[in-house]
Design a protein around this ligand. Structure first.
Ligand SMILES: *Cc1c(COP(=O)(O)O)cnc(C)c1O
Length: 195
């Protein structure tokens, strides 16, 4: 579906039923990301016969961490110490995590603010159940210019901290994300074309 990209396309499957995910799986999509713990657990159960790599891409409440943390291959949205504490408490193995960074200066948005990032990363080093492998960000809705600035910043942060993964880009802005070296795209609505 996206041919000029050799990273991981994660299907943001909040729009899709378990049956639709099954169809996409058989068309070759094996990475799916859910936003809500309850939906994730339900779909995972219904699709347990498939070898899906599950990602978690939504805002995560601390009290839900224990239900899902041992069933995902990558958490895209670590942004609070309270969530890290719960991961440390409940993870059976080391969990690969991306730190979500808020790069568009929207106060209501999830994510660590860039000015707090260095301190957050130092704090997280104390957690031996958490392996930080990169960063995730969201563009600004209907603003390609601000979105591109955010994606460029994420690329720079990942070089600065020498972390390999960059999760950015959705159906409307994935070309900009590819231009700025995304390794993981999170694509939702565009997958309707494949059903
Ligand atoms: C829904 C969602 C996406 C995908 O959105 P589309 O615009 O449908 O491609 C990506 N990331 C997150 C965090 C989402 O919630």
């Amino acid at each position: 579906m996206i041919d000029n990209f050799d990273g991981t396309v994660v299907c943001a499957s909040k729009y899709f039923t378990a049956d639709e995910i099954r169809v996409l799986y058989h068309k070759g999509i094996h990475d799916f990301g859910e936003n809500k713990v309850q939906d994730f657990l339900k779909k995972k159960e219904l699709l347990s016969d498939l070898n899906i790599h599950w990602h978690f891409i939504g805002h995560l409440q601390s009290n839900k961490v224990k239900d899902m943390i041992n069933h995902i291959s990558l958490l895209h949205t670590l942004d609070r110490i309270s969530v890290a504490n719960e991961i440390q408490k409940h993870a059976k193995d080391v969990i690969s995590c991306l730190v979500q960074v808020n790069l568009t200066e929207e106060d209501q948005k999830s994510g660590v603010n860039p000015e707090n990032l260095a301190e957050f990363l130092i704090e997280i080093k104390k957690y031996d159940k958490i392996n930080i492998v990169g960063f995730m960000t969201m563009g600004k809705l209907n603003d390609q210019k601000e979105t591109e600035i955010a994606f460029k910043k994420l690329d720079e942060l990942s070089k600065f901290y020498k972390l390999p993964y960059r999760s950015m880009g959705m159906s409307d802005d994935y070309e900009l994300a590819i231009k700025h070296h995304a390794t993981h795209l999170r694509i939702g609505r565009k997958f309707k074309e494949m059903l």
